[in-house]
Write a protein that binds this ligand. Structure first.
Ligand code: FAD
Length: 325
């Protein structure tokens, strides 16, 4: 079922959802399942599965004398979505990125997802690879998420990436292929490349106009940032549901690693408390309590769903969910 349909059926009750990462090559899917298992008691209507590109060092000779860097897509998102759906009887939301994908590959992934009975996708540009500096699109791919959304929306209307008209294999009836619910990313503290909030929101509106059905936000630690973001969205005519993304801090080192990775800020009171914590166990308790308070306030505000970033660890989210759902 579509994410938007889950939200509609909830009739104002706040839902719980979370995001997981595909295991690295060679890792077992059962470790992913065992991370998901404890969160199922809170009845998530959908689970997101991220998509990543990674940089590798290739050794071209057995002695390792020649080395070069290569970028690869981390496989698994499509298959893992199907496996989670099958195992837990829950809807899944695969993330699709522009980076590394030609339009035809995107189309093929969408058709696979359609055949697997997956009704949702979160359409993203993807981050630049470290050595790239700036985001480099695939030569036959998309530069911005709005163009990827346009492609998915076109396929929803039976138009393939290289056809203006409905796709019609020779001798067959035209096929109306897919009916995806499309999610898109929003940034309460603005995207790091955007010159200002105004331009970031205008491009977000463009993504909605191209076919996105709902927004999930980057994580934030100050609800005021979310409330301001929501106001800005509504002021430019964005009417789709906005789902806040949250993460409980669990280690002292996240005080610097999260701002570095996600270009977000951590409020002084939280940062100071974590800084003063005597160890990671104490920091984790502070992070969970902060996230619980954020979640309670957002629920009281009437958000349709609370979406948690697991980053491979479920326990802190389980503790937060246990206090809420
Ligand atoms: P876009 O919407 O394309 O925006 C990118 C930048 O370009 C912004 O600064 C925007 O203001 C600007 N812009 C947008 N449209 C235009 C235009 N038409 N002309 C000029 N400028 C424009 N990354 C992954 O690699 N894998 C994941 O699974 C993943 N999941 C995520 C989930 C969520 C909920 C969020 C919030 C982020 C996720 N990301 C993921 C990170 C995301 O890919 C990066 O933040 C990326 O840098 C931007 O993606 P976007 O889809 O927001 O891009």
């Amino acid at each position: 079922m579509k994410v938007t349909e889950h939200l509609r059926r909830a009739e104002g009750k706040t839902l719980f959802s979370f995001e997981v990462l595909p295991p690295r090559k060679g890792e077992n899917i059962h470790s992913l399942f065992s991370n998901i298992e404890p969160l199922m008691e809170f009845k998530p209507p959908f689970i997101d599965v991220t998509y990543h590109r990674e940089e590798f060092v290739l050794r071209e000779r057995p002695g390792g004398l020649l080395q070069r860097k290569a970028v690869r897509k981390r496989p698994g998102t499509v298959g893992i979505c199907a496996a989670i759906k099958n195992r837990f009887d829950v809807d899944t939301v695969p993330h699709l990125i522009c980076g590394g994908f030609a339009k035809e590959e995107t189309e093929n992934a969408l058709i696979d997802l359609h055949f697997l009975g997956i009704d949702n996708v979160l359409a993203l540009r993807g981050d630049p690879i470290k050595s790239e500096g700036h985001f480099q699109p695939h030569p036959d791919g998309h530069t911005y998420a709005c163009d990827l959304i346009g492609q998915i929306d076109s396929l929803n209307h039976g138009r393939y990436h290289d056809h203006d008209e409905q796709y019609q294999p020779e001798g067959a009836e035209p096929v109306l292929c897919t009916d995806f619910c499309i999610g898109t990313a929003g940034y309460p503290e603005k995207h790091f490349e955007a010159p200002n909030h105004g331009s970031d929101i205008r491009f977000l509106k463009q993504k909605i106009d191209r076919g996105a059905d709902y927004i999930v936000t980057q994580m934030f630690f100050d609800n005021e940032e979310f409330f301001k973001f929501e106001k800005r969205c509504r002021a430019v005519g964005i009417t789709v549901p906005i789902i806040p993304g949250l993460k409980p801090l669990t280690t002292k080192s996240q005080l610097s690693s999260l701002p570095r990775a996600f270009f977000l800020s951590i409020p002084e009171a939280l940062a100071e408390a974590i800084h003063q914590a005597k160890d990671n166990a104490a920091a984790r308790e502070i992070g969970i309590e902060w996230c619980l308070n954020q979640s309670r306030e957002l629920m009281a505000h009437g958000v349709p769903c609370l979406h948690y970033y697991s980053m491979g660890k479920a326990e802190a989210i389980r503790r937060v969910a246990a206090g809420l759902f």
